[in-house]
Design a protein around this ligand. Structure first.
Ligand code: ZN
Length: 490
């Protein structure tokens, strides 16, 4: 296939023709979640963005090795070099082993990704499983002279690195601005300069996640894992590195500096960043108290939500925007996505029943071309979707006998919808839609109030029958002081 794919490279700040280093093999690394809480809309966006890219590259015939990590150590609060480890803190508050926290939230993250029809990456490495590789890389950076040891910790020497290299090559930031924007926090006196970042941190006595190293018992700095693991699985120079725009600085900027210092070359040919999701125009985040978890979207159990939204509605909603644009979440926008999705699937059902005629009244080959053009233009999913809706219009016109289609074009149209809707956009029909969830909620609350009524009449036999019958459907009733509630068992 002729290569027409253009992608916007954050590194060069422009769209470039995509030329893999060793075609047809492609290495792609994406920063995954730090697993200390439930996944929310902000987690869904990078997962879906790079799933779309993974799917499209695969569709074009490339062999993609897609690595998406799980951060389970070293990500400190406020994304800085000070404060408690996010996972260790959760473990302390819940009285769990840190790895219990990691397992629990990784499992939930994977469940959510399955629901969103996000494909598993080829490799999903964990930071804690690559401590040796990280220590080796810190050694190389020290040997190259771009890091220094201080009180058992090792810091990257940004100022020294910046003399021969450019710390700011990706984000466009300048050291002078960084000084102005860095708050001097307690403990940072270990550093030569406030913008130096930790490669290895000596663990405080109360810190539970710790490993031996030549410098101290401690743990790797947050940026180290991605440099070490991407090098291990994709080599010192690979094709694509992705992540959310919030990771551009300092995380990705520091990854570049670490790799250049250790391996003497730019690690990544194309850097891709998805933009953020806002909620009614405001930034969304756990600390801002407006983060809605994916489970809450799927069940509708959050005061910000007017109803439940199915995982595929959420996926479609995200794909309706280009990955480099911001998306503003609102009930209105999600409801319109839900309607659009329904229209799309209704048309796909009709497509199966269409009967071919002598000739076509619409240019189906041109429509196919436009779908590829959209995806080849930096994965422009909203334009692709607009073209698919042109297809929906054609299907409905043929169904209403206002237009006709030839046998050859009908096959092309069927393949086009199959390829783009299911394989590339990763949409799928669902047994349970948001509306059906609402219905289930309503039915169960009726059943539970009947059971409550039976109990108050001391009719325990009826109450037990209801409990047992629901149990057979894997629906568990929990009696509390406030009344009964239900949940679907695992
Ligand atoms: Zn990363």
């Amino acid at each position: 296939m002729e290569n027409k794919l253009k992608i916007h490279n954050t590194l060069s700040r422009k769209k470039e023709l995509f030329e893999p280093i060793n075609s047809p093999y492609i290495g792609m690394y994406v920063c995954g979640p730090t697993v200390y809480g439930d996944a929310h809309l902000g987690h869904a966006r990078p997962a879906i963005t790079f799933d779309l890219i993974f799917r499209y590259l695969t569709h074009l015939g490339y062999k993609v090795r897609y690595v998406r990590n799980i951060t389970d150590v070293g990500h400190l609060e406020a994304d800085a070099d000070e404060g408690e480890d996010k996972i260790a803190k959760k473990a302390r508050l819940e009285n769990l082993e840190p790895m219990e926290v990691v397992q629990y939230f990784s499992d939930r993250y994977h469940k959510n990704m399955d629901q969103l029809n996000v494909k598993n990456p080829s490799i999903e490495p964990r930071a804690s499983g690559h401590i040796i590789e990280q220590i080796e890389m810190v050694k190389k950076i020290l040997e190259a002279g771009y890091a220094y040891e201080s009180n058992g910790s090792v810091y990257f020497d940004v100022k020294k690195y910046n003399k021969k290299n450019n710390y700011g090559i990706l984000s466009g930031r300048k050291i002078e601005d960084m000084i102005a924007n860095t708050r001097e926090l307690e403990g940072q006196s270990e550093k030569k300069n406030p913008y130096d970042f930790a490669l290895w941190k000596k663990a405080q006595p109360e810190h539970i996640m710790r490993w031996p190293s030549p410098w101290s018992d401690g743990f790797p700095g947050w940026h180290m894992e991605c440099s070490a693991m991407s090098t291990k699985y994709l080599g010192e120079h690979f094709d694509i590195h992705g992540g959310g725009l919030d990771l551009l600085f300092p995380h990705h900027e520091s990854e570049i500096a670490q790799s250049v210092a250790a391996n003497k070359m730019q690690p990544v040919k194309y850097w891709l960043h998805n933009n953020m999701i806002t909620l009614n125009g405001q930034k969304m985040g756990k600390s801002l108290g407006n983060a809605v978890s994916l489970d809450e979207f799927f069940t509708g159990k959050n005061d910000l939500l007017e109803q439940a939204y199915s995982p595929i509605t959420i996926r479609f909603f995200i794909l309706q925007a280009h990955y480099r644009s911001t998306i503003d979440f609102s009930n209105e926008a999600l409801q319109s996505a839900e309607k659009g999705l329904k229209k799309l699937f209704t048309a796909i059902k009709s497509l199966d029943k269409l009967i071919a005629s002598e000739k076509s009244t619409s240019n189906i080959k041109a429509l196919r071309e436009k779908c590829y053009d959209a995806m080849n233009d930096d994965f422009n999913s909203p334009i692709l979707i607009a073209n698919l809706f042109e297809g929906v219009r054609i299907i409905n016109s043929i169904k209403d006998k206002k237009e006709t289609i030839s046998a050859e074009d009908l096959e092309i149209l069927k393949k086009l919808f199959n390829d783009f809707v299911f394989d590339i956009l990763g949409l799928k029909t669902e047994e349970t839609t948001g509306k059906q969830n609402e219905l289930v909620d309503g039915l169960l609350s009726t059943i539970l109030s009947i059971r409550q009524e039976a109990k108050s009449n001391k009719d325990y036999a009826t109450a037990d029958i209801i409990r047992n019958e629901l149990g057979k459907l894997n629906i568990q009733i929990k009696d509390t002081k406030e009344g009964a509630s239900w949940e679907i068992g695992d």
